[in-house]
Design a protein around this ligand. Structure first.
Ligand code: 5GP
Length: 254
């Protein structure tokens, strides 16, 4: 097989040129970083789990009419996605105080917020992804008011839907980050969900015990990350009991 053309390498994923124009292959690595790259690690099997979980969540979103870049999973670590123009924002939704919000506002972790809150962060590693407002976003042209309207509407639907989906698995969706891209279809521009939605980008707590089933296990040196991600996959019904999370080499999905 000829070498594939790499397009972009991020902290936990890599993008390659896809088989057709307008497509990319998104490869999930086992690398984990936190605190803007200050903490680094490799957790064997993480990429395989995130590939499966993100595939499942993107397909569920598509089923309720939320457009995403996801096309299909190709193998244990890779999925085919539509090439989009990434909007340089991390859109964070919070239902329960945790992480940087708890620190910033001096709230106890676990404090249920009076209502869900949407925040925006400008995607820029050098600046450590600073918190920005709609004013900054439109003034600097990262997105226009129409894009932002679409982003807010989609984000509210995603939060409601995923909160219910996780609730059915006895998991509390504490907060999550989502990214969007612009996709041209003929003459129509659509805002679609891009990147991934996985325990790397969500805070997921067991409903009863509040046990963390997400990347905070790595950020806070709690251990047991693979077991936690596997538990999420099992509870969502996307991984059979006893199925090993480790995956080596491509396996074609029929
Ligand atoms: P916080 O601002 O509390 O650190 O993060 C809020 C939520 O957004 C968490 O669920 C966290 O996992 C997610 N998040 C924030 N920044 C990033 C990021 O750069 N990468 C990923 N994968 N998730 C992020």
């Amino acid at each position: 097989m000829p070498p594939r053309k790499p397009i972009y390498e991020g902290k936990a994923k890599q993008l390659f040129e896809g088989p057709e124009p307008g497509t990319l292959i998104q490869h999930f690595k086992d690398d984990a970083t936190a605190f803007n790259n200050q903490k680094k690690g490799t957790i064997s099997g993480k990429g395989v789990l995130n590939n499966r979980i993100s595939e499942y969540l993107m397909m569920q979103l598509a089923a309720i009419g939320v457009p995403t870049h996801f096309v299909r999973r190709l193998n244990m670590r890779e999925q085919l996605v539509r090439e989009v123009e990434i909007i340089p924002l991390e859109v964070v939704v919070r239902n329960v105080a945790a992480g940087s919000l708890a620190t910033r506002l001096g709230l106890d972790e676990g404090h249920v917020l009076p209502r869900s809150i949407i925040e925006y962060y400008y995607k820029n590693d050098k600046l450590h992804d600073p918190w920005v407002s709609e004013e900054h976003i439109t003034a600097f042209g990262w997105a226009n008011p129409q894009d932002l309207d679409d982003i807010v509407n989609l984000t509210i639907r995603i939060n409601d839907f995923l909160s219910g989906l996780f609730l059915g698995a006895n998991i509390r969706l504490v907060d999550f980050k989502v990214e969007f891209g612009r996709l041209w279809e003929n003459d129509m521009l659509r805002i679609v969900v891009a990147d991934e939605i996985s325990p790397d980008s969500c805070r997921l707590w067991d409903m009863k015990t509040n046990e963390k089933l997400d990347k905070d296990r790595f950020r806070r040196d709690l251990g047991g990350l693979i077991e936690a991600y596997t538990e999420v996959a099992k509870r969502l019904g996307i991984m059979a009991e006893g199925e090993p999370p480790q995956g080596r080499g491509p396996v074609l999905v029929q």
